[in-house]
Design a binder for this molecule. Structure first.
Ligand SMILES: [Zn+2]
Length: 144
């Protein structure tokens, strides 16, 4: 079920034309984009996860995002890990994975909370038009 939902989300992203939104020229550039987003008040109102490590594994097939179990002294989970893969060193994939960090809980994968978080990130850090195209694509696919 979760796998099918993920597949439907990827298809809707591709159909919208907003899956990639350009490309990064280096891993450093992708890291900088993640830092630029996660240090904003906007981001910090939405999640306690403020420190996100990026790994680039060109041979892996699927990008992933996890929030690490480790907590700080107040009991908050502060650290996340995003892995990007070959062909996926691009803003669209970073926004997608950051959407997983904001909506993170082990039971929800590509559900409504994820979609809302992803659309919000694209709206605020890329462009309202891209968010609108993706939202329309999700609506057409019956995912919203
Ligand atoms: Zn995903």
């Amino acid at each position: 079920m979760a796998k099918m939902r993920a597949h439907e989300v990827y298809e809707a992203e591709l159909r919208s034309g907003t899956a990639y939104l350009g490309s990064f020229l280096s891993v450093k550039e992708a890291e900088q984009t993640i830092r630029d987003i996660t240090r904003t008040a906007w981001w910090r109102r939405r999640t306690t996860v403020h420190e996100i490590e990026l790994r680039y594994k060109p041979r892996n097939k699927l990008a992933t995002a996890v929030v690490l179990d480790e907590t700080d002294m107040a009991g908050y989970r502060r650290k996340g890990l995003i892995t990007l893969v070959g062909g996926g060193l691009c803003p669209g994939l970073v926004y997608h994975e950051l959407g997983h960090i904001i909506s993170y809980d082990e039971t929800e994968d590509h559900g409504p909370k994820f979609i809302k978080a992803q659309l919000d990130i694209i709206y605020h850090f890329h462009s309202p038009w891209a968010a609108k195209l993706l939202e329309e694509s999700y609506q057409k696919a019956g995912l919203l």
